[in-house]
Design a protein around this ligand. Structure first.
Ligand code: TMP
Length: 212
């Protein structure tokens, strides 16, 4: 199974994906966890170029091609082989981040982006995508409190981050069979409990708990 975690900055994707990966491992499932951009030696170098605050003049399409270059490498080198070997793959951001940030956030043409994404991923789509939803204000406050890496996109306006969030919710609404939106403005444990319950339900083909 290929599971991706999406959502605005500060929504807790990294923490939640780590906890879910650990839980799956404890349950006896072979699992790998990767992050975007990065996850390969080439991808980590591209990540440095993308996130360097000194690169404030980067054009939106340069951004797209760099994210997609890192992704193409990750898909070929890590994700496809792992899936072929029967591992579950958890990915902290994937192609939907490009649609949300470069499409909805920067205003690039969504259809053109979809074509580029198709080429970069060879058409590999996730089986399930969790959208950890949070307001830009709360996400930003968390990022400031958390003291993690501060990247070039964190410097964007609150309006930019609002468009990203709206974009995610629109993407989720278009493909409800793949996306599950979770309220991420709650304590870590509560969000994690929901993710586990939702994943189990998805797995067994059971009904998704409506309250989530
Ligand atoms: P993160 O590692 O903290 O999630 O940071 C990744 C940043 O890169 C985040 O601000 C979202 C952004 N991003 C894009 O703009 N487009 C993409 O395709 C991806 C994968 C990330």
């Amino acid at each position: 199974m290929f599971i991706t975690f999406e959502g605005p900055d500060g929504s807790g994707k990294t923490t939640q994906s780590r906890l879910l990966a650990r839980w799956l491992e404890e349950e006896g499932y072979p699992v790998i966890l990767v992050r975007e951009p990065g996850g390969t030696a080439i991808g980590e170098r591209i990540r440095d170029v993308l996130h360097d605050p000194a690169h404030s003049g980067m054009s939106p399409w340069t951004e797209v091609f760099l994210y997609c270059a890192a992704r193409a490498q990750l898909v070929t080198e890590v994700i496809r082989p792992a899936l072929a070997a029967g591992q579950a793959v958890l990915c902290d951001r994937y192609a939907d981040s490009t649609l949300a940030y470069q499409g909805y956030g920067r205003g690039l043409d969504l259809e053109a982006l979809r074509l580029i994404l198709h080429l970069a991923t060879g058409g590999l789509a996730p089986d399930l995508t969790f959208c950890l939803d949070i307001s830009p204000e709360e996400g930003l406050a968390r990022r400031q409190r958390g003291g993690g890496e501060w990247n070039r996109l964190d410097r964007e306006t609150v309006d930019f981050h609002r468009r990203v969030r709206t974009g995610y919710l629109e993407l989720a609404g278009r493909e409800p069979q793949r996306w599950i939106v979770v309220d991420a403005a709650r304590p870590v444990e509560a969000v994690q409990a929901d993710l586990r319950a939702l994943l189990k339900a998805h797995w067994t083909g059971g009904p998704i708990p409506p309250a989530l």
